[in-house]
Design a protein around this ligand. Structure first.
Ligand SMILES: [Zn+2]
Length: 388
């Protein structure tokens, strides 16, 4: 059995910047970071003062999606095991958070780790989020049957508590961190990938979401919803309807559900036909890549971005066709802002959000080892009996 090391006493200083709390441990022999020092942290090696200190022996990650939920346990040597279940969609509104806790326990049990050794949890979740009574919960349209258009779901949920339930188990100040899945992906790219201090992560899948990093600071926003730029309005004439209710926003027009909808063909058929040179399919793909690339250009002009990392099934399966079309939309405009901006696929694969959830709570002195040895590449992922 793995036992938690004894925590050394420490004091906490709280610095508030941009509405976000930074906690800085003050111990003899460790320099105190001023706000300016935190602001000028170098890429990829920053000491994130929200991280637990290095005495933590094990951390947990939850990756909550509309279809699946995964839990992962990691130590300094790397992630040890990942268990996956279908996301529960009936019961009380705290069902999913409690499923997450059970998955963490199941992971510990399989690893023969004392659950008490797991002292913090990072959560990567679909959003959007809302803060109620000081705790973050989520209101995902694809899980909440009580929202408009939720008639096909077996529940009447309108808000899913998350932080309040997790804090029943993980109660210390720095032990629970929650972020949108695109934001966590960017945390992973920053911590163990190659993302520089001014970077964007974007998922192009059924939906479209972003993580935004400026000057080394990953943006969270007032409720953790920074980066919901899939809902930026782009077209006044498009009738493409997004799940959020907008017509003509980015996700409505080029989310996986809507690309080439007017052609009446499944997405994979449209891309296959485009590869073969079918004119109408190629038009649909070029139009989608055009809108997507324009959105990236717009964000680049706003944030002065250096590198863009892309994941998600639409991109992953069609990168060869999409990449030059998207890059052209950026390169062709205002060179003073776009010169040298790179567009590339995430190098962290399908575990990028799990890694991001871990990165939220990973002690800073684990990072160098993970970057060198990439231990997630041998991570076991096992389905867990749905009855547990
Ligand atoms: Zn939308």
């Amino acid at each position: 059995m793995l036992n938690p090391l004894e925590l050394r006493p420490f004091k906490i200083k709280i610095v508030v910047r941009d509405g976000f709390h930074y906690h800085d441990s003050i111990k003899s022999g460790i320099a105190e970071h001023s706000i300016d020092q935190i602001s000028s942290i170098k890429p990829n090696t920053e000491i994130d003062p929200m991280r637990p200190d290095a005495h933590h022996t094990a951390i947990a990650a939850l990756d909550i999606g509309g279809t699946k939920i995964a839990a992962c346990i990691a130590t300094a040597s790397g992630p040890l095991l990942r268990v996956v279940q279908l996301t529960l969609t009936s019961g009380t509104p705290d069902t999913i958070a409690r499923q997450g806790l059970r998955l963490i326990d199941a992971c510990c049990q399989q690893l023969q780790i004392d659950p008490a050794a797991v002292q913090s949890v990072g959560v990567s979740s679909c959003g959007p989020f809302e803060v109620r009574d000081g705790a973050t919960g989520m209101i995902p349209p694809n899980l909440c049957g009580g929202l408009p258009n939720g008639d096909d779901l077996p529940n009447d949920w309108t808000f899913l508590p998350l932080e309040s339930v997790l804090r029943e188990r993980f109660s210390s100040v720095r032990s629970v961190r929650i972020a949108n899945d695109c934001v966590t992906a960017l945390h992973a790219e920053r911590a163990v990938g190659i993302a520089p201090a001014n970077a964007i992560y974007v998922t192009w899948s059924t939906g479209i979401g972003f993580g935004l990093c400026v000057d080394g600071h990953i943006l969270h926003g007032k409720a953790g919803n920074a980066g919901h730029a899939g809902h930026m309005l782009l077209s006044e004439t498009s009738q493409a309807l997004c799940g959020c209710g907008n017509r003509g926003d980015l996700e409505g027009m080029v989310g996986g559900r809507n690309v080439g909808k007017h052609l009446g063909k499944p997405l994979e058929v449209i891309f296959r036909d485009a590869q073969r040179g079918d004119a109408s399919a190629l038009d649909a793909v070029q139009e989608a890549a055009g809108w997507f690339g324009r959105a990236l250009y717009n964000l680049t002009t706003i944030l002065d971005t250096e590198a863009i990392f892309i994941g998600g099934s639409v991109w992953r399966h069609n990168e060869a066709l999409l990449a030059p079309l998207v890059q052209r939309e950026i390169d062709g405009r205002f060179p003073a802002l776009t010169r040298g901006v790179t567009v590339q696929s995430t190098m962290l694969g399908e575990l990028v959000t799990d890694l991001g959830a871990l990165a939220l709570v990973m002690p800073a002195d684990w990072i160098a080892n993970w970057r060198t040895h990439r231990p997630w590449e041998t991570l076991r992922s096992v389905p867990l009996d749905q009855t547990r």
